[in-house]
Write a protein that binds this ligand. Structure first.
Ligand SMILES: Nc1ncnc2c1ncn2[C@@H]1O[C@H](COP(=O)(O)OP(=O)(O)OP(=O)(O)O)[C@@H](O)[C@H]1O
Length: 384
């Protein structure tokens, strides 16, 4: 059979079929279309302002490596006027994060972007290896997720960054929507499709924010407790296309799964999604559109936001989730931070504060959260 030509340029030989649209395209057209779709996502959500200092959450994996590459390309191509940085959180997982951080260090040189690495041991006094030794495999993802979210904000605050972008892609988002539907978690379901959030992630159980919306409103106060926006420019990018982009561009990324990854529930949602895609290839984007269009009836109880009395981080309780989890670890009773009735446990933990540092058996408290605001700027607009 004669080779097929690219459906976009009509001249070069098609080398791949786009998973998102089924179109046969050549390599160069694929790169350009993929990049321009991310550009459209950025522009239509008014994600950035000119002059923004933006930290790319860099894990060394395919998604964040492609994100760093594409954002740098678009920043140059469309003159966004962004200052880009790499921000890596070292969870302290031997044989996984130490190796992936080596990749990020190479990316730093390859892309010419400054890199900051912040470790759980430095911030919390515990590495994930130590936490897993105490907690076991079952609940360790709770610790890791809560600690990483806060560590990213703290790293960003130290870098005086306005905005953190992560490599969460369309498949991740569709899985999250499915999980929230299956769990009947209405508050998170309503917010998990947002491209831009503030403070704690809507996918977490910590502190649901009061207002939704994209990044269009750049009133500094809008972003509440941390003042740092967080967004997902790959919200509509298919995981398979991210992998293809990384593969064809020969990007340097780390491809091993976390050794402590027992997130079975997400695994089910992922498998279900794969099965759905066999029957209906547009399932991922259809689920995202359904999630976006969903309006939850009645009152969804939202927790008011304040600052953690111990570490100053944004929280819906007197103490933030990270302080509670850390307290449980330091007391040698890690399940307390996960399962206890909040009010009783918060009271107990705060009693510890009143009694002073001596009440903590090991480890220490999380340092006070501080952020220095950077100056305001003008929105990034489309140049194409
Ligand atoms: N240790 C980390 N340091 C900085 N950012 C992180 C870290 N872990 C995750 N992230 C950010 O969160 C996003 C989603 O993380 P997740 O753990 O779900 O990994 P993933 O889907 O395998 O992504 P990747 O391929 O980038 O590792 C990543 O793309 C990255 O932007």
């Amino acid at each position: 059979m004669a080779p097929r030509s690219c459906s976009t340029c009509q001249t070069a030989r098609a080398v791949l079929r786009r998973p998102k649209t089924g179109a046969l395209v050549c390599r160069e057209c694929f790169y350009y279309i993929f990049e321009q779709e991310v550009h459209q996502t950025i522009v239509s959500a008014s994600l950035f302002q000119r002059g923004d200092r933006v930290a790319i959450g860099a894990s060394g994996g395919k998604d964040s490596t492609v994100l760093a590459h594409v954002l740098k390309t678009l920043n140059d191509r469309h003159d966004y006027g962004l200052e880009l940085f790499l921000l890596s959180i070292d969870e302290g997982i031997t044989g996984y994060r130490d190796d992936s951080l080596e990749t990020v260090k190479r990316n730093k040189v390859q892309y010419g972007l400054p890199l900051k690495v912040l470790g759980y041991d430095e911030l919390y006094g515990w590495t994930m290896d130590e936490i897993v030794r105490q907690v076991g495999m079952k609940n360790n993802c709770t610790f890791c997720g809560v600690f990483r979210r806060q560590a990213l904000d703290r790293g960003a605050a130290a870098m005086q960054v306005d905005h953190i972008v992560t490599g969460h892609n369309a498949d991740d988002m569709a899985e999250t929507i499915l999980m929230n539907v299956l769990r009947g978690d209405i508050a998170r379901l309503e917010r998990c499709t947002e491209i831009c959030t503030k403070g704690p992630d809507p996918q977490s159980s910590v502190g649901q924010d009061a207002e939704g919306g994209g990044c269009g409103n750049h009133n500094g106060n809008e972003f509440g407790g941390t003042g740092i926006k967080r967004s997902k420019p790959f919200k509509y990018a298919y995981e398979k296309e991210i992998v293809m982009y990384a593969y064809f561009k020969k990007l340097d990324y780390f491809s091993t799964e976390c050794i402590y990854y027992p997130n079975a529930y997400r695994g089910y949602a992922r498998e279900y999604l794969r099965e759905l895609e066999q029957i209906r290839p547009s399932a991922v984007i259809d689920i995202i559109h359904s999630g976006e269009a969903l309006r939850v009836g009645g009152e969804v109880k939202r927790m008011p936001q304040r600052n953690c009395q111990r570490c100053g981080y944004i929280s819906s309780n007197d103490l933030c989730k990270a302080c509670l989890l850390l307290e449980g670890l330091n007391r040698g009773a890690p399940s307390l931070g996960i399962h206890s009735s909040k009010s009783r446990y918060v009271k107990e933990a705060r009693k510890g504060d009143d009694e002073g540092e001596a009440s903590l058996k090991i480890g220490r408290k999380i340092p006070m959260f501080q952020r220095i605001d950077s100056s305001s700027s003008t929105p990034v607009e489309s140049t194409s």
